[in-house]
Design a protein around this ligand. Structure first.
Ligand SMILES: [Zn+2]
Length: 224
């Protein structure tokens, strides 16, 4: 339902990516709103256990507070994308093109400084972006990555099974899954736990493997 609304919203915009073009059983796994000061290690261990690399759309404000976590995510072979610096509503509805460009560039700079790699993907907070962001991304030659499989993992932390079932219902070849490894609206130092999502990721990756699905980063998906 929400996916149809999103797709209608973007109908005239060819520069946003909802899914890969492949008909292979392959999906991309992405995480938003991190890095998380407590739960990242457990999440990275689950990904390692399944031999899966993912794409993390991280926030500038959280990376500034937790550069070591950001580095660890990159060091363990995962891809890092830009999810804005602040995640404020002023990102979704920017007052000017200059202000949103600042947000995006500042976050690109932080990612490059910590990991040595300049990101080429942006994920708009709330999965919604207007023309100002679209113009800035075009100018910076960045791709906008939306998603096509998601659930309410940001409110269902107590129920990993529900998170897993929610995503499972939306899986199709080429889809881009989004889950949340951090909390956008929390201060940089302290965030509520993401342990429910981590259990759900373990269930999801077992399910995908048993059903013949490959899982990887956004780049790995788009290369197919
Ligand atoms: Zn977010």
């Amino acid at each position: 339902m929400f996916l149809n609304v999103l797709k209608a919203y973007y109908s005239s915009d060819k520069d946003v990516i909802f899914a890969g073009n492949t008909s292979e059983n392959y999906v991309a796994l992405t995480f938003d709103d991190g890095p998380h000061p407590v739960d990242d290690h457990a999440l990275l261990d689950v990904l390692d256990k399944h031999g899966v690399k993912a794409t993390f759309f991280l926030l500038g404000k959280h990376m500034e507070a937790h550069p070591e976590h950001t580095k660890e995510i990159s060091k363990r072979g995962h891809e890092i994308g830009n999810h804005s610096f602040s995640h404020n509503w002023t990102v979704t509805f920017p007052v000017s093109q200059t202000s949103i460009k600042q947000e995006i560039l500042r976050t690109n700079d932080i990612i490059e400084e910590i990991t040595g790699v300049r990101p080429s993907y942006f994920r708009p907070p709330r999965l919604v972006q207007g023309k100002k962001i679209a113009r800035v991304l075009k100018e910076l030659e960045m791709k906008s990555i939306i998603a096509s499989a998601f659930t309410l993992d940001f409110i269902w932390q107590e129920d990993p099974q529900a998170i897993f079932e929610g995503v499972k219902a939306m899986i199709s070849p080429g889809c881009i899954i989004v889950l949340h490894s951090g909390h956008a609206d929390h201060g940089a130092r302290k965030q509520k736990r993401r342990d429910g999502t981590i259990v759900a990721v373990d269930l999801l990756l077992s399910y995908l493997r048993e059903n013949g699905y490959g899982v990887g980063t956004v780049t790995a998906l788009l290369d197919r």
